[in-house]
Design a protein around this ligand. Sequence first.
Ligand code: ADE
Length: 239
Amino acid sequence: MRITVLTLFPEMFNDFVSTSIIKRCLDKGVASVDFVNIRDFSKDKHNHVDDTPFGGGAGMVMKCQPVLDALESVRSENSYVILMSPAGTKYNQQVARRYATIEHLIIICGHYEGLDYRIYKHVDELVSIGDYVLTGGELAAMVISDSIIRLLDGAITSESISEESHENGLLEYPQYTKPADYNGDKVPDVLLSGHHKNIKEWRHAQSLMQTKKYRPDMFEKYELSKEEVKLLQKYEDNQ
Ligand code: ADE
């Protein structure tokens, strides 16, 4: 998969592409990420990419020409174009999975007060990472790229993906590592038992309980099987 980011601040992505799992994925060719600096497409002698809003008001608005020329320089038949915006569809794991199947994802990062509205009809989707306003779309683009790249074949083992939070409508079960006793705070016995069936059952029950406790909104949407109702009862009674 190829991700192309259109931005005025490509340097913001330097650490993102050169650290940890994302770096390894890019080195291995699991995905490629490239950047287009929108300013390179300015035709203005001062390299301006923004101007004051028609009708007046505070702030600056990004102009059509540099953004659309930057877009056309990388867009092909296989591209899907998203624009980072607090007004967009709310991003979640389901959307991440959908994007992970795209051959070429182009992410446009807005800045300042926003983009000229005439740009919007050239994009496939507006995407928001949450109900708050960032100074620009770059951090949102990193959030989205990160969550997509880790889902791609060869990034991380598919087992760790299938068991993690949000993959099956539930939160992940609690994890522990050494020492088994940290200043008297002990790891649950079952995890030290080596009994795989019991561990699996405990983890499933914990997953249900964590979701019920921390994300009641998700729990309400989750359809419990008869076995899960019994499992939950068994573990809740033992608490
Ligand atoms: N740009 C500014 N705020 C944003 C948000 N919440 N999500 C995506 N892009 C943004």
